[in-house]
Write a protein that binds this ligand. Structure first.
Ligand code: IPT
Length: 270
């Protein structure tokens, strides 16, 4: 039996760790995994990746590419009888999915900063073409609004460390001095740490930083990163088990499973 994994850019840390976790759980269940990766965002690239896997006659598909509801719907039609499980879609979508709770992750990050007494908070969001980036951003804004707070600055990167570096370097060059920055992933947080250090400022004494993902390297950043943990091994395990169920019980009802996230406090917040 073969599972097809259609994935976002594997040069990014989170998708590569998710792919590794899927591969490892599939191996235990004696399933092969074939991978089709897209470097671009958008439905056309996702469609090409999925067509490529269908041509290899996979028994089921896991799709870890950010998709709008209507794009995910039309891709399900494309797959016909082959079961599809989505990992990066909105929780409202009527489809089989296993997704992390983005609202909860956003709330945990803001709550941690508020407890430390921060009020001047800047946001560094992921690319707004990504569903998860938008859900995290909306969650930050809503949680701040509940305290009658608004972000002191809003930035957007492309998930890469370099984009985080550039965005935060520009903010600091303009003279802004937020007390804390909420960052939508750990790679951009790594770039943010470099920009803050080059501006002659200290983390966390001058500026606190919170990441998102808790990818394997984040505990080794300087200083070790406070972040929102998404347990990618658990996502890999859950998604393979769900897909195998779907392959053997094609008539089971459609379900969206939510995986919890948690705050990991290290040394970048005070
Ligand atoms: C999401 C990561 O949090 C982010 O860092 C980036 O790598 C993105 O994937 C790439 O699409 S995790 C996803 C399962 C929501």
């Amino acid at each position: 039996h073969t599972i097809g994994l259609a994935t976002a850019d594997l040069a990014l840390h989170a998708p590569s760790q998710i792919a590794a976790a899927i591969k490892s759980r599939a191996g235990e269940k004696h399933f092969n995994v074939v991978i089709s990766m897209t470097g671009q965002s958008g439905a056309a690239a996702a469609r090409a990746a999925i067509n490529n896997l269908l041509a290899q006659r996979v028994d089921g598909l896991i799709v870890n590419i950010p998709l709008q509801d209507e794009d995910a719907q039309s891709l399900m039609t494309l797959c016909q009888e082959v079961p599809v499980l989505f990992l990066d879609v909105s929780p409202q979508l009527d489809a089989n999915s296993v997704i992390f709770d983005a609202g909860e992750g956003a709330r945990l990050g803001v709550a941690h900063l508020l407890e430390l007494g921060h009020r001047e908070i800047a946001l560094l969001a992921g690319p707004q073409s990504s569903v998860s980036a938008r859900l995290r951003f909306d969650g930050w804004q809503q949680t701040l609004a509940q305290q009658q707070l608004r972000p002191v600055a809003v930035m957007e990167g492309d998930w890469s460390a370099l984009s985080g570096y550039q965005q935060v370097a520009r903010l600091l060059n303009e003279g802004a001095r937020p007390g804390a920055i909420l960052v939508a992933n750990d790679q951009m947080a790594l770039g943010a740490l470099r920009a803050i250090s080059e501006a002659g400022l200290r983390v966390p004494n001058d500026i606190s930083v919170i990441g998102y993902d808790d990818t394997a390297d984040s505990a080794c950043f300087i200083p070790p990163l406070t972040t929102i943990r998404q347990d990618f091994r658990s996502l890999g395990k859950n998604s393979v088990e769900r897909l195998v169920e779907m392959i053997y019980q094609p008539d089971a009802p459609t379900r969206s499973d939510r995986l919890p996230v948690s705050l990991v406090v290290r040394k970048t917040t005070a």
